[in-house]
Design a protein around this ligand. Structure first.
Ligand SMILES: [Zn+2]
Length: 158
């Protein structure tokens, strides 16, 4: 029997944003795993690189782990620690396109823009600017119009 192949373009990439993408669990593969578009509420996930399929339960557990890890940091870390966490630790377990990481970046942006900029080093400001560009690029891909989030990020609302 020939296994049924799913074409990459048939997979839901959420307009190329990969908001729910996670790293492949296959050893040696660092591909992105995304839910296969089906009508079921608990879709299997497929790696876009090695095409391995992972059951929903396994990926849900992984997603919870990433979400909890990042949420714990958001609630307990300083801005400086968050920047280090986002830049150094997150890339090990969470693709930069994942919405959980987007949320962490938004958290840093908001905490930094709420206070006097002089409190932060030019390097920290540089990281924030990069996060802002990344979040705006994702909003652009999603086709977001002039939404409140976009205005907040670009600093039009004081
Ligand atoms: Zn893979």
């Amino acid at each position: 029997m020939i296994p049924k192949r799913v074409h990459i373009e048939d997979l839901p990439s959420e307009n190329g944003t990969y908001l729910s993408a996670l790293f492949c669990r296959e050893q040696g593969c660092r591909g992105l795993v995304i839910p296969v578009q089906t009508r079921t509420l608990q879709p299997d996930w497929r790696c876009i690189t090695c095409e391995n399929v992972f059951p929903h339960a396994k990926m849900a557990k992984y997603q919870d782990f990433a979400l909890n890890t990042i949420n714990n940091r958001i609630n307990s870390c300083s801005v400086q620690d968050m920047i280090h966490f986002i830049n150094e630790l997150c890339p090990r377990f969470c693709p930069s396109s994942n919405y959980v990481l987007i949320e962490a970046k938004l958290n840093v942006i908001w905490r930094m823009t709420r206070f006097d900029h002089e409190e932060y080093t030019p390097e920290e400001m540089g990281h924030m600017d990069r996060y802002r560009e990344e979040v705006l690029a994702i909003l652009h891909k999603l086709g977001a119009g002039e939404c409140t989030l976009k205005k907040l990020i670009t600093g039009e609302i004081q």
